[in-house]
Design a protein around this ligand. Structure first.
Ligand code: TXE
Length: 489
């Protein structure tokens, strides 16, 4: 493996994409993009400020009140379908950008590009099939409900899955007729800038989809506070989500928040371990554990705890970490501060005497400047310690035993999060009891995230956030219901 890799040159200029055009930052300033695989700058983006956000919101408003707003739902759906095909046609180019920008192994980036295309395909098909109702009322009246777009929607996208989260969020918003302003994460935006260019190429009217890049605390905060934004969709950390929601609340702007998780995987003694073990590993190793729905807590029935850990430990020991282009089990983490954060959790575990059951390896010739950490399987992690409760956002699986079903539910519900849970048991009654008892937006039984989930409503309870994206359910969040009462005698 070389310390350098012959990536294709980045063709997106260090500019915003507003009104279907490349637009430099008002200040002319740019920010470097760092390759997590080697820690070196490889491209630049525009350093957006509140003035740039103003320009993007104004463009979106013109589109909403003009050509985009006037387009029939079927036409909007057709454009989304064309975008899906364009993403499919450029999937390899987008995947390579995503891999380099995020440090993802290529196979993961390819899966993300395919999922992104699928979101646009799904929402393109939904655009003209989302409608209101009539409500029975006294004679002489007719009552109708309409589903209307909010207007201009803001989308603050994190760095872990830019293509997928853009697809699920912007796809739903465009399908319901909104015009969008997107603020990608400063750590990873290149695939989204290219995607906006592709959208212009397939015929989206000027201003329907705009991208402003820059720092979260500047451009992101300006978007969250903007009076021209009618709905905000945010995916990121709980504290930033609270700040965004606080700004939105000042002007009573609706928000959808997806704020991560601490996904419990409950393995009962009757589980099919041959089926479960590879899925349990993948659920924490995928994207180096930087996944909101990562299965980061492993709860195993005491009678099979040692056996499960022994078998999983061997799988962890075989995991390989390296640069995105090497396409191993794990890539690097996104940036130095995330690496420090994950190493901090591991240092705490060592100080507290928590045993490592299995640990992967970083490839010897991985570039020295990359943000690499070995996957870790840790045993007997106390339920209420920081490692047991907080989102690590790295490839670290915290195992703990449980004695019976009630104990399993108590531990599963013992964190502030509630996004995704997994239950592994052959007992049908228990499957349903647990699906009800676990406080979580999604519960998977004898699988975890199978099928990718474009069709499946997704979002959390408790500190994991509120509102739903993905599936048809997202369309309710990206629209507002109007009730019309006609008295006609
Ligand atoms: O998140 P931030 P960070 C979690 C994960 C991770 C931790 C910190 O646990 O370790 O958050 O990551 C934008 N106003 N998740 O610091 O700050 C920012 O530009 C408006 C879980 O990267 O929440 C980026 O686009 N926007 C998660 C986005 O918010 C602001 C995905 C996320 O950044 C802003 C990512 C502000 N004041 C991290 N400050 C998930 N749910 O999947 C920042 N941003």
């Amino acid at each position: 493996m070389n310390a350098q890799h012959a990536w294709a040159p980045v063709t997106t200029p260090p500019q915003h994409f507003i009104d279907n055009r490349w637009v430099p930052a008002v200040t002319g300033a740019t920010l470097p993009m760092i390759d997590p695989s080697d820690g070196r700058p490889f491209a630049a983006i525009a350093f957006g400020t509140a003035e740039d956000v103003d320009g993007a919101v104004a463009a979106a408003r013109r589109a909403f009140e003009g050509p985009w707003g006037r387009l029939a739902p079927a036409e909007k759906g057709r454009l989304l379908g064309r975008l899906a095909r364009a993403v499919g046609d450029h999937a390899e180019e987008l995947a390579l950008l995503e891999a380099r920008d995020c440090g993802k192994p290529l196979k993961q980036a390819r899966a993300d590009a395919a999922a992104c295309a699928r979101y646009f395909e799904f929402y393109g098909g939904a655009s003209d099939k989302f409608h209101g109702e009539t409500i029975p009322y006294p004679a002489g009246y007719t009552v109708l409900t309409w589903r209307e777009p909010h207007g201009v929607t803001g989308h603050i996208i994190p760095w872990n899955y830019p293509l997928q989260i853009f697809g699920r969020s912007v796809g739903g918003a465009l399908a319901t007729g909104n015009a969008c302003v997107v603020k990608p994460a400063e750590d990873a935006c290149l695939s989204l800038l290219r995607l906006a260019e592709l959208a212009a190429g397939v015929g989206f009217p000027d201003g329907a989809l705009n991208i402003v890049t820059g720092l979260g605390r500047e451009a992101g905060a300006a978007l969250a506070a903007h009076r021209g934004i009618d709905h905000i969709s945010f995916t990121g950390s709980p504290p930033t989500g609270a700040a965004v929601a606080g700004e939105a609340a000042r002007r009573h702007c609706p928000v959808t928040l997806e704020l991560g998780g601490k996904g419990p995987q409950l393995v009962f003694a009757d589980a099919d371990l041959d089926a479960a073990l590879p899925v349990l590993v993948n659920a924490i190793v995928q994207n180096a554990g930087q996944t909101c729905s990562a299965g980061s807590r492993l709860l195993v029935e005491a009678s099979r705890y040692d056996e499960v850990l022994e078998r999983l430990g061997r799988r962890f020991a075989a995991l390989k970490v390296g640069p995105a282009w090497a396409d191993l089990d794990c890539g690097p983490l996104i940036r130095a501060s995330q690496l420090e954060r994950v190493l901090g959790f591991l240092a705490d575990a060592e100080r507290d005497g928590i045993a490592v059951v299995g640990r992967g390896t970083v490839a010897a010739d991985a570039p020295a400047g990359g943000y690499y950490v070995e996957p870790h399987l840790l045993r007997d992690v106390p339920v209420h310690c920081r490692l047991g409760c907080e989102e690590v956002f790295g490839p670290v699986l915290a195992a703990m035993p449980f004695v019976d079903e009630a104990d399993a539910v108590r531990i599963a519900n013992a964190t502030e999060f509630g996004l995704v849970a997994g239950v592994w048991t052959r007992d049908g009654g228990r499957q349903l009891r647990l699906a009800r008892a676990i406080r979580s937006g999604q519960v998977f039984v004898n699988n975890y995230g199978a099928g990718g989930g474009v069709e499946l409503p997704f979002g959390g309870v408790k500190s994991s956030g509120h509102g739903r994206e993905k599936g048809l359910e997202a369309l309710y969040g990206f629209s507002v219901l109007k009730t019309v009462v006609l008295q006609h005698g």
